[in-house]
Design a protein around this ligand. Structure first.
Ligand SMILES: [Zn+2]
Length: 325
């Protein structure tokens, strides 16, 4: 781990295991007062023990926790919320989008309805929905009912922290900057050397698909403008120079956008056709991730004015805009 100045920054890093390919997830302890955790690991016994051991190493008991602040609503970050609350009575704080978005990962009826619309618009067969639902339902044992005690908005002050809403990686991501030291808990919005693959998402307020990668790109630009000393991410070691990290992620997005544009035929494609073009032999369990990525890059190209949309019969085609047009 790079050497951040531990004697100056009162944030303790607790690594907890997950069952996901992403590997361990970080929980951060801020000694307060109030005694604060950022995120809550995965709902497994192994993660619970790792959390308790990490707290004990700092002389803190689970019962001492006053509040848990969530960076976003993904299962590897919120799993132990209920157990922590039961042991401590801690207040659970999250951005106001979290309660609105939880049903889309926990409620099968909501998930089914949203997938139906998403897949239809992208020209994908409805049979794909079953595979996605199967995958999601297999994870529900990691999800306890959770209640958010207090929601906050973009720009809210929480003690020495300011919350910054940064949707993209998920629909609820926030980062938290600490004043006056300018370090930040960046959750999964900013992870060193990782460009996330924002998944297809339905926005229940807009009743429309959310352009996840475009949102992510816009959020990166906002974070780039902040003054941040050290970044404490949801995964991996602390890092500094957030602008270099953001610039390399933006370059990665630009390159993949360019490759997607080069592969698009003159008559255009639906996102589903384009995914089959780029990933001709997809694994059944990863096709949805490929479709999410390709759709994200097509959205990005549309934002840049490089492709135009042709919507007919509820299906969207993306057509390259010739430079002379
Ligand atoms: Zn994560």
């Amino acid at each position: 781990m790079p050497q951040y100045p531990r004697e100056e920054i009162a944030l303790h890093f607790i690594e907890t295991p997950t069952v996901f390919p992403v590997g361990p997830v970080n929980v951060y302890l801020y000694p307060g007062p109030p005694v604060t955790l950022f995120d809550a690991g995965t709902n497994t016994q192994e993660a619970f023990e790792a959390l308790n051991n990490g707290l004990a190493a700092e002389g803190v008991l689970l019962a001492d926790i006053d509040q848990v602040i969530l960076t976003h609503h993904h299962l590897d970050h919120i799993g132990l919320v209920r157990r922590i609350k039961e042991a401590s009575g801690a207040r659970i704080l999250a951005h106001r989008e979290v309660p609105a978005r939880l049903p889309s990962i926990t409620n099968e009826t909501v998930l089914r309805k949203q997938l139906k619309y998403l897949l239809a618009e992208l020209g994908a067969p409805q049979t794909m929905a079953e595979e996605v639902i199967r995958q999601r339902l297999s994870l529900l044992n990691l999800m306890d009912e959770i209640e958010i005690d207090e929601v906050f908005e973009d720009g809210a002050g929480i003690g020495p922290f300011t919350a910054h809403f940064r949707p993209g990686h998920s629909s609820t991501d926030c980062i938290f900057t600490h004043a006056p030291q300018n370090w930040a808990v960046t959750g999964d919005h900013l992870i060193h050397r990782v460009t996330p693959n924002p998944l297809l998402r339905w926005n229940p307020r807009l009743e429309a698909r959310e352009r996840s990668l475009v949102l992510y790109y816009e959020s990166l630009l906002k974070t780039r403008d902040l003054e941040i000393s050290w970044c404490f991410a949801g995964h991996g070691a602390p890092f500094h120079d957030h602008r270099a990290a953001i610039d390399s992620t933006i370059q990665h997005i630009e390159r993949r956008g360019e490759r997607t544009l080069n592969a698009l035929p003159p008559e255009g494609d639906t996102p589903y056709e384009m995914t089959l073009r780029l990933f001709p032999h997809p694994r059944k369990d990863s096709f949805y991730y490929c479709l999410s990525a390709v759709t994200g890059y097509l959205d990005f190209l549309e934002m840049r004015g490089k492709v135009a949309l042709d919507i007919s019969g509820g299906i969207t085609r993306y057509i390259p805009v010739s430079p002379s047009a």
